[in-house]
Design a protein around this ligand. Structure first.
Ligand SMILES: Nc1ncnc2c1ncn2[C@@H]1O[C@H](COP(=O)(O)OP(=O)(O)OP(=O)(O)O)[C@@H](O)[C@H]1O
Length: 254
């Protein structure tokens, strides 16, 4: 087995995951370059979510290796991986509906700094935390919504907040799982710009079904089919790849 790439933001080597007798991830090798926006595409059931769960520690690999910035994290817990600089969002909206936008982000900032048990009243006075929260709200364009209860916002705004919650921990590597799911065309164009902005000084790994978003946002794309990466490359290279066309993109000009 080739060793991990210590210079990669994320390096996966011969990664495998089976559920009982069924092999779902079947020997994935992938190096995500620091600072790039990398998208994973593939048909339903290809294993994209499973791969994300492995990288973020929600699931453990059957075999193989995962390194985050050169450190082996293969069998670490989600919290340990998070503390080493990996933040993720989920397909399912993951915000507290009865807290305000500001409070949602504050919880995330606080938690990432290990202040879970501090008194709220004291936390209120922590100017550095307030400043960090405001910076996140600015990045995700929700400054004007800071006092609104999260549950009362539109779905697209909740997804933006969810990205805010993900980046609030200050992770250098950001995993986004289908950030455009359920959005209208206009909403997903807006969200694309948001993701472009928040990924400026981070490494982004995203799973996304919306091909126009993937092809406009990603520096590189990996195509996962039946648990194997069949191609990795620039959008142009992936679009031109005959195996990708056969296996996935079809001939309808995606
Ligand atoms: N906990 C589990 N136990 C058994 N099988 C599972 C489990 N989780 C996922 N699978 C199976 O693994 C396969 C890959 O699922 P996964 O959700 O990773 O695919 P995906 O590429 O994310 O699909 P989609 O694009 O539809 O979200 C599916 O056949 C699924 O049924």
């Amino acid at each position: 087995m080739m060793d991990i790439d210590r210079n990669a933001a994320l390096s996966l080597r011969d990664l495998r995951k089976s559920f009982g007798p069924v092999d779902i991830i079947r020997g994935v090798n992938l190096d995500v370059i620091p600072g790039e926006r990398h998208a994973i595409i593939g048909p339903n059931g290809a294993g994209k979510s499973t791969l994300f769960h492995l990288v973020s520690g929600q699931l453990h690999a059957s075999s193989g290796k995962i390194a985050l910035e050169g450190q082996d994290v293969t069998y670490m817990s989600p919290e340990q991986i998070y503390r080493r600089g990996l933040s993720r969002s989920f397909q399912i909206t993951n915000v507290f509906p009865t807290l305000s936008v500001f409070e949602n982000v504050r919880c995330a900032v606080q938690w990432s700094r290990g202040l879970r048990y501090a008194w709220w009243s004291l936390v209120d006075r922590r100017a550095d935390i307030t400043q960090a929260v405001e910076e996140v709200l600015h990045q995700v364009g929700l400054e004007d919504r800071r006092d609104v209860l999260a549950g009362l916002m539109t779905y697209a705004e909740q997804r933006a907040l969810e990205i805010g919650v993900a980046i609030a921990g200050g992770g250098r590597v950001l995993l986004l799982d289908e950030p455009m799911a359920g959005m209208s065309r206009a909403e997903s164009e807006h969200a694309t710009e948001l993701i472009r902005r928040v990924s400026c000084n981070r490494t982004l790994l995203m799973v996304e079904h919306d091909m126009s978003v993937v092809f406009s946002l990603a520096d590189r794309i990996s195509v996962l089919v039946y648990g194997e990466v069949i191609a990795t490359g620039t959008p142009e290279a992936v679009r031109a790849d005959v195996r990708v066309q056969e296996a996935y993109l079809g001939k309808d000009g995606h």
